[in-house]
Design a protein around this ligand. Sequence first.
Ligand code: ZN
Ligand code: ZN
Length: 653
Amino acid sequence: MWVLNSPHFIQTPISSLPIKHKTFISSQQSSDSITTSITAKSTNKNPVIQSLCKKGNLKQALQLLSSESSPTQQTYELLIHSCAFEKSFRDALVVHRHLIENEFDHDPFLATKLIDMYSELECIEYARQVFDKISRRTIYVWNAILRALTLAGYGVEALGIYREMNRIGVPCDRFTHTYALKACVVSESMTLLLRKGKEIHGRILRHGYESHVHIMTTLLDMYAKFGNVMYASYVFDGMPDKNVVSWSAMIACYSKNERPYEALNLFYAMVNEIIDFSPNSVTMVNVLQACAAVVGLEQGKLMHCYILRRNLDSMLPVTSALMTMYARCGKLEAAQKVFDQMDRRDVVSWNTLISSYAIHGFGMKAVQIFDEMIRRGIKPTPITFVSVLGACSHAGLAEMGKRLFVSMTERHGIRPSVEHYASLVDVLGRANRLKEAAKVIEDMKVEPGPKVWGSLLGSCRIHCNVEFAERASNRLFELEPTNAGNYVLLADIYAKAGMWDEVKNVRKLLEAQGLQKVSGRSWIEVRRKIYSFMSVDELNPHIEQIHALLAELSEEMKQQGYIPQTKLVLYDLDEKEKERILLGHSEKLAVGFGLINTSKGQTIRITKNLRLCEDCHTMTKFISKFIGREIMVRDVNRVHHFYNGMCSCGDYW
Ligand code: ZN
Ligand code: ZN
């Protein structure tokens, strides 16, 4: 079934579209213009048209084309190429019509070029029309449509083409296998496509392509995108020849699948191995992401030096990744410095700076940077608005957030996506304007997905609003029945409201579904080594020493006014036991480890995979004052700087 929902899918067939260039010869022309075209026939304009195309003068080339009655294959090839390059859909149609009228539409070479052109113009339906009309003689036409569909994100349709090729016995080449693998990645029905991907893997091995570095790297990439790290590393290890792309792909696989240590280790292996290529910008972007993931600031600084030595600092994606690394490791000023030193900047650099200030809670500053960006004539992207709305939400700037949301459509012509609505709901919800947030959801022009309802539920936890929490979670349980996080959030809200029967019911629901809540994990870097802690981490070799320290601190801080938030423990236990559970939170273990293993005056930097709980937040504030230490914690929402008994978030996160 051939169904397309792409915004680029234009329903008008080629034959019914108006022709822009009036001088174009068509069967409906008046006798006068026919006379003109006959006169023009006498000279061969092909070389001039081709030369104009090569010089980038498509308009003039098209004017001449109208009076050339015997265009050659090469002329059409160059015109097609120019239309794709200029991204001119209207001109593309002119050339296509001309080509049909001169009976070149059965030329498989030009059909391939046309498919590529429409793919480049993101008009996949036209590419499909070309493919359907041509008799499939050559592998090139098949590969072209396979590639076009894959690039346009139609994975299932592309795999249909691949199946058809195998059914009728078209001999597939290495490009076919590569595009088919990529097709597995771009579609949404994951399980089905992973199975298909494995089948292609088998076929690749049977056809003896396992030594082909490009195919094997695509295969690795496919497994990486499915989150199948084991298969990806199996492919990587089995590759007899690896190039910089394969190394980078494997590092990216680890980095994006929450294996930052492996990513860093592989990077060091790559640098130390005797290979005749060095890490490139793609490698560095992925390594920096791994450093950012675990707040590996010292590792990140080493990478920065490496980037400077290799002159990779002029690459925009690298500098943006550097900024993100510094910001996420708590070094906002270093991120700003990287930005200031850039010779040129693109919209991604600006977006990165805005989101850097956003996660540190400097909402007004983020909005100022946004204004500055607009003043300088940089066109914002949808991501810019996600960042700047996020900034408003972290800083409680509800009115500003609303204004920006409106300006996004009215001034910048960007249609709000579900993500933007989720941000707006977050902005209003966090500011305790829950009714307004619910109204935004009601009035949404697109279907509110789990992200939007999740934003509302998150805000309900901050303000302990049971009514809206129930409304949001009812929808979330329908939309994401297996997401344990939603059940835990609702149970937290009930617990805060002292509604213990309801807490029990939600817990039963969670257990009945066989769902496990995501366990808390925290990371800390000490002397360039990264240590990871899990909640109630009994097997950790440092655990006894840490427990002893935390218990002692807890008792002493209670004298200073610290009250353990035992109501956060959703089990029916006595107070002492609840306190013990709270002290076992991974973030506290990491803080304890940091206090034991770092020297006085050194900032302790920690990252956590979930939102920081209120008890960890309160206790860290106490520790920062009691011990006199600066502590930085990045949780899933933002960066917290604890200093002298206070947190930079102002207890609003
Ligand atoms: Zn905690
Ligand atoms: Zn905080």
